[in-house]
Ligand binder design. Structure first.
Ligand SMILES: [Ca+2]
Ligand SMILES: [Ca+2]
Length: 73
C-alpha cells in the first residue's frame, strides 16, 4: 500500500502545476487568472497561447504554452 500511495502522490504533484493558474477551478484559465500568477504575461502573449481564440486557456493550450517555453513548467 505504501508504494501505491507514493505513486498517487507523484501523479498529483506532476499534474498540479499546470492548473495552479486556474484560481476558480472551472477548468479554463482566463487572462485575469494567468496574470495573477504571472504578472509579466501580456494580452499579446495570452492571444498567442489561446490557439482556438475562445478567450481562455484549456488544458491543451496550457500544455502547449509550457512546451513552447511561454510559461514556466
Ligand atoms: Ca478559471
Ligand atoms: Ca482557448
Amino acid at each position: 500500500m505504501k508504494t501505491l500511495t507514493k505513486i498517487c502522490a507523484a501523479a498529483l504533484l506532476t499534474a498540479a502545476p499546470a492548473w495552479a493558474q486556474d484560481a476558480d477551478g472551472d477548468g479554463m484559465v482566463t487572462m485575469e487568472e494567468l496574470v495573477a500568477q504571472y504578472p509579466d504575461v501580456t494580452g499579446e502573449m495570452f492571444a498567442s497561447m489561446d490557439t482556438d481564440g475562445d478567450g481562455a486557456l484549456n488544458e491543451d493550450e496550457i500544455a502547449a504554452a509550457v512546451e513552447a517555453g511561454m510559461l514556466p513548467s
